[in-house]
Ligand binder design. Structure first.
Ligand code: UD1
Length: 425
């Protein structure tokens, strides 16, 4: 397994262009199945999760190419609604195939999805939504079969504003007969992006970005060309890294409106942030100030996907901060690893009480999931001495070559691959 070796203590500086959003691209790629023909998606990052999604689409019979940051998918040749178990197990977002397959083929055969081990991650809201549209669902062990001769619009109230369930229901409802309303819908920017993409293919959806989404079913969709939004979590990760290393970084291709809650938190911590169009400048010369209380919650509140990264900044802040995680029940695994680097963090239920220390020290640590891994990289950049981050395949699921990205900002970071066995003999 590859690892990252970081010589810490160097402030990040320079300018970087932010990649397209993984969490927007994944449902959009799945949704391309809804229109027969060739769809082109621009600004798709080169990531493991994207590769898995393209492999699933190929298994279903599509032709898919990823050249540079553009994906071209020909869905004409799609011929099966069965997603292989081995691919489903590699990534949670494989669940996005359910809605589009059901809408296109009247059937979807999938398995319980894999993904980051950050909590139970049920899919009951996805299934309830599809059932409300008329699907019959059969669960046998790990296998889930959804069938519907025809889908009909329905009023669906989500017990929790799940991002994935909102997206799956939208994708199934676009070709249903009649009107679907999703209330208590998730409001994340990635849902607005999915609405824009589906509407570009001829769907009739309004309301994404609010808690009520209305979908008027249409007969068919046509392929289109579409560019995905910038990745707000990657942008946020770099902003925190700039602050934690007391550097000066300019981020290009961002949507600052998607980062409002992070910008607010960073400013409370004393970080300088200037916004100009799609450019964000982040700078920090002094030690960060503690932030009394941050609570993760559905958008537009503070995102769970930036919780671990911001925690690193707070470990170095002057004073005591509290970070409460309300979205996923096992998302504080980085605390143990950060403690090994000298952080002073106590966990009480789902809250981390962080007492700032003057410095972190390099250590060998393990990425337990995608965002926890990103946090450990930031900790390594800010720490004194050498840090080795292991299990970085988690990080590669969401960051397009994080080491190259950070090297461009002056970081001393290298990727080490194990020497193949036949070379050690
Ligand atoms: C998406 C993001 C992920 C982010 C998360 C929360 C993608 C590909 N991933 O994940 O990066 O961390 O939103 O912002 O977009 N839940 C249920 N039943 C369901 C579905 C969800 O109980 O059927 C629960 C989950 O266990 C979790 C909470 O709802 O506690 C939030 O999950 P959800 O919003 O669905 O997140 P994902 O779509 O999986």
């Amino acid at each position: 397994m590859d690892k990252l070796v970081i010589e810490g203590g160097k402030p990040l500086s320079g300018s970087i262009v932010i990649q397209g959003a993984k969490n927007a691209a994944l449902p959009i790629l799945a949704a391309s199945l809804l229109a027969e023909g060739t769809t082109t998606i621009d600004h798709v990052p080169k990531l493991l999760d994207i590769e898995v999604m393209l492999n699933i689409l190929r298994e279903l019979g599509c032709r898919a190419e990823h050249n540079g940051n553009t994906v071209v998918i020909d869905t004409d040749t799609a011929h099966t609604s069965r997603v292989p178990e081995s691919l489903m197990g590699q990534m949670r977002s494989s669940i996005f195939l359910m809605g589009p397959l059901l809408a296109r083929f009247g059937e979807a055969q999938v398995y319980q999805p894999g993904g980051c081990a950050i909590g139970e991650r049920k899919i009951d809201l996805h299934l309830q939504g599809l059932e409300a549209l008329g699907a019959e669902i059969e669960e046998a062990g790990n296998r889930i079969i959804c069938r519907a001769g025809k889908l009909f619009g329905a009023d669906i109230h989500l017990a929790f504003p799940s991002v994935g369930a909102t997206e799956n229901i939208m994708m199934a409802a676009v070709l249903a007969e009649g009107r679907t309303t999703i209330s208590n819908a998730a409001r994340e920017p990635e849902i607005q992006d999915l609405q824009r993409f589906l509407n570009a293919m001829g769907a009739k959806i309004i309301g994404a970005g609010t808690d009520t989404i209305t979908i008027e079913g249409v007969q068919s969709l046509t392929p289109c060309r579409y560019k995905v939004i910038p990745d707000r979590i990657v942008a946020g990760t770099i902003m925190v890294a700039a602050a934690a290393t007391r550097g000066q970084v300019t981020l290009q291709n961002t949507n600052p409106a998607h980062l409002t809650s992070l910008i607010h938190v960073l400013r409370r911590a004393g970080v300088q942030i200037a916004v100009d169009g799609d450019i964000i400048k982040v700078g920090s010369a002094a030690r960060a100030k503690s932030v009394e209380r941050i609570v993760t919650a559905p958008y537009p509140a503070f995102p769970t996907d930036l919780q671990s990264q911001v925690m690193v900044l707070l470990t170095l802040a002057d004073g005591v901060s509290i970070m409460k995680e309300t979205i996923f029940e096992s998302r504080l695994k980085h605390v143990d690893e950060l403690s090994r680097m000298g952080a002073d963090i106590r966990v009480d239920m789902n809250a981390a009480i962080i007492r700032g220390v003057p410095r972190l020290y390099g250590a060998t640590v393990e990425a337990t999931d995608l965002r926890a891994g990103a946090a450990l990289v930031i900790a390594g950049l800010a720490a004194q001495g050498k840090t080795v981050v292991e299990q970085i395949h988690h990080i590669d699921r969401g960051y397009d070559r994080i080491d190259s990205m950070l090297t461009r900002l002056g970081a001393r970071i290298t990727r080490q691959s194990p020497v193949p066995n036949n070379l050690t003999n």
